[in-house]
Design a protein around this ligand. Structure first.
Ligand SMILES: Cc1ncc(COP(=O)(O)O)c(C=O)c1O
Length: 420
């Protein structure tokens, strides 16, 4: 995997921070493209489709970059479907894979529009089966194959502890429903977790193929996303070329045994977005808790922009821009909300622990860059906590020019919907 190091120089970024203010997300179009092309080049036996799991970062500018590359969309809510449509994505390129149960009427409307449906529970499948159009509309079914893996337990989306998909041993019930109602399940879907151990993902692929063997209409197997990006140690990130080879072989073996050449579909979020965007924030204050304590760098980016360190104990590389590389101080980097857990340097995967990062000595007003903030950054943050306005976003285009892609929210917009 090529580790995309976006953005040319500290000076450029400091200039962007001055121009647009902080906190600020800065995206890099070339980095998104590079990741998209890598995903499209993943080894496969009989064809590959890539969907972008738009929950990772749902900005229209990002969706359109992937659309231009021929990457479709996986939406995790009805609102994401609407957002993708509003961004100009064609309905037939959008799949809905949601925990929400859509009422029959809404499901009918979605299908009439051409949205692809992925039923993720028996109830969702039952409701779909009631529709008049059910027999003529090939859909997908999400199965929990019985094992999962995430970069921590919170991102493990399969196995006994996960409510996503039809539990594999309830499949008989699903197959009965499918047969009795003449449904066409052309796509089988699993997604075992985010930041998964790719050996677990490979095992899940074998289990999924066993399930596909029982479903003769299935033409495409979607193996979800979860392809690990280690933001701090890029060498530990997945190498799609080697990780996909055993899966390619498994698809070929399946074809030899059954005569069925299945297409592979994947739907990464993190892989496509994580390293294509950074968060810029300004040092607001510096304080310490004495010789046995810590030195704190308070920055104006917070859990309201990036929640991953706080909820997962996730580590993101942090750089102090324009101060060289020599490290002189170990800082606990914290946000400026009134929340003691609002910390960018927790112990890794222990959100309640405190760690430090070695940086050059900082001064008030310096600009800090938090890297790897493109996936589950703004899309998942604790927006408006402490009545903090949602920050602005900038895209650096392939020509190197920066342009505003999201305006900073005005504080009064936060309370505008409130009624007396
Ligand atoms: C159904 C589904 N597909 C794909 C993804 C993308 O996962 P990741 O961002 O780890 O690639 C997710 C994320 O949780 C998901 O729920």
């Amino acid at each position: 995997m090529q580790f995309p190091v976006p953005f040319s120089s500290d000076e450029q970024l400091i200039g962007i921070a001055e121009k647009y203010g902080t906190p600020l997300f800065v995206h890099d179009e070339s980095a998104y493209e590079r990741c998209g092309k890598e995903a499209l080049a993943a080894p496969n036996a009989f064809g590959l489709s890539v969907r972008y799991a738009m929950k990772a970062n749902s900005h229209r500018a990002v969706l359109r970059i992937f659309e231009r590359l021929g990457i479709a969309i996986d939406a995790s809510s009805i609102y994401e479907v609407e957002r993708a449509l509003a961004a100009g994505i064609a309905p037939e390129k959008i799949q809905l894979t949601s925990q929400e149960v859509q009422p029959a009427e809404r499901l009918r409307e979605l299908i009439a529009k051409g949205i692809q449906y992925n039923a993720t529970s028996l109830e969702q499948l039952r409701i779909f089966a009631w529709l008049d159009c059910a027999k003529d509309t090939p859909i997908s079914i999400r199965v929990n194959p019985g094992l999962g893996s995430g970069h921590n337990n919170r991102t493990n989306t399969a196995g006994r502890g996960a409510s996503f998909g039809v539990w594999h041993s309830h499949l008989k019930e699903a197959l009965k429903l499918i047969e009795e109602n003449g449904l066409k399940i052309e796509r089988l879907h699993t997604h075992v977790g985010s930041g998964s151990d790719w050996r677990v993902w490979q095992k899940a692929a074998l289990l999924t193929l066993k399930i596909a063997a029982k479903m003769p209409d299935v033409k495409t197997v979607n193996m979800g996303g979860g392809y690990k990006i280690d933001r701090v140690r890029p060498e530990k990130s997945i190498d799609l070329q080697s990780a996909f080879k055993p899966v390619k072989k498994a698809f070929k073996d399946f074809a030899r045994e059954t005569g069925r050449k299945l297409r592979l579909e994947i739907e990464p979020g993190t892989y496509l977005a994580a390293n294509s965007c950074i968060l810029l924030a300004r040092v607001e204050d510096i304080c310490d808790t004495g010789p046995k304590g810590y030195e704190f760098l308070k920055i104006n980016g917070s859990m309201t922009e990036l929640l991953r360190p706080m909820i997962y104990g996730a580590h993101h590389p942090i750089r102090l821009l324009g101060r060289g590389e020599e490290t002189e101080a170990d800082y606990v980097v914290v946000g400026t909300t009134c929340e003691s857990g609002d910390i960018f340097t927790p112990k890794e995967y222990d959100p309640e622990g405190i760690d430090t990062v070695s940086l050059p000595r900082a001064e008030r007003g310096d600009i800090v860059a938090v890297l790897g903030a493109g996936a589950y950054g703004l899309s998942m943050s604790a927006k408006n906590y402490n009545t903090r306005p949602i920050c602005a976003e900038v895209m650096i285009g392939k020509d190197g020019a920066d342009r505003l892609i999201t305006k900073r929210q005005k504080p009064e917009e936060i309370w505008a919907r409130e009624l007396d």
